[in-house]
Ligand binder design. Structure first.
Ligand code: NAP
Length: 246
């Protein structure tokens, strides 16, 4: 069977890195996008290649249109016609109340989480429609329905927009054979909490999660891989919550 060719944005660390490793094991060749952590991206690529997958690493800021164009151009030229996209790149900005959040942080979070997802989805829609099919998985968040008061309502708002994008694009692209779904993780143990200024956040919130623990990146990767797979062939326009009951 021919291997899938999947672009993963933010594949260097956290959920994106776990997703790359899982997809490689599940028969995908990969195009791994990242922005800052070259060492981490290269390490994931080494593991992925060790599992027998092809992997091209591309420094591409999803908020920058030219970078997105280049990401997909390299994918198609160096790996082949893409069959999958995982819109995983995302940021929270510093944790705090909206009243205390500077404009540049609001704009950066919207730029990466929403505009970046739109730019990558648009390019994938063009290519997948031309190829006759494909699958997109957006990494949303349980925050979209919880609202994240006191922490990052701006972030939650971008993820709610990603859920709406998932639904609308699924309906738009269904006739073209392109499925569009999202995974909405709850609190997952990655570096995103430290980046937001609260390294202990995942463990601190554990007691309020019905399963009484934060999730692991691998548990999100499994859901992403399933949504990309033929097993999910009749699943589109859905947001799969993987949040320990939260
Ligand atoms: P993370 O550990 O901080 O990793 C973020 C990844 O995104 C890194 O690979 C980073 O690349 C990349 N990235 C950041 N900005 C980017 C940009 N502008 N363009 C391209 N790549 C960019 O975060 P994570 O926890 O794995 O989060 C991944 C996704 O899951 C995000 O969309 C997040 O909102 C969502 N999520 C996370 C949680 C959670 O509790 N962890 C919960 C719900 C949803 P560099 O290495 O170059 O910095």
């Amino acid at each position: 069977m021919s291997r899938s060719i999947t672009v993963v944005t933010g594949g260097s660390r956290g959920i994106g890195a776990a997703t790359c490793r899982r997809l490689a094991a599940d028969g995908h060749d990969l195009v791994l996008g990242y922005v800052r952590d070259t060492e981490a991206a290269d390490e994931v690529a080494r593991d992925v290649r060790g599992a027998g997958a092809r992997c091209v690493v591309v420094r591409a800021d999803t908020a920058v249109e030219a970078d997105v164009e280049r990401l997909f151009e390299i994918a198609e030229e160096q790996v082949g016609p893409i069959t999958g996209l995982v819109n995983n790149a995302g940021v929270t900005g510093r944790i705090g109340r909206l009243a205390d959040t500077p404009t540049d942080v609001l704009r950066a979070v919207v730029d990466v989480n929403l505009t970046g997802t739109l730019l990558c989805s648009r390019r994938a829609a063009q290519l997948m429609t031309a190829h006759g099919g494909g699958a997109i998985v957006n990494v949303s968040s349980a925050a979209a329905t919880l609202g994240s008061p006191g922490e990052y309502v701006h972030y939650a708002a971008t993820k709610a927009a990603v859920d709406a994008l998932t639904l609308g694009l699924a309906k738009e692209l269904g006739p073209d054979g392109v499925r569009v779904n999202a995974v909405a993780p709850g609190v997952i143990d990655t570096g995103i909490h430290a980046a937001g200024g609260d390294p202990g956040r995942a463990e601190r919130l554990a007691s309020g999660i019905p399963l009484r623990r934060p999730g692991r990146a691998e548990e999100i990767a499994a859901a992403v891989s399933w949504l990309l797979s033929p097993e999910a062939s009749y699943t589109t326009g859905t947001v799969l919550r993987v949040a320990g009951g939260r």
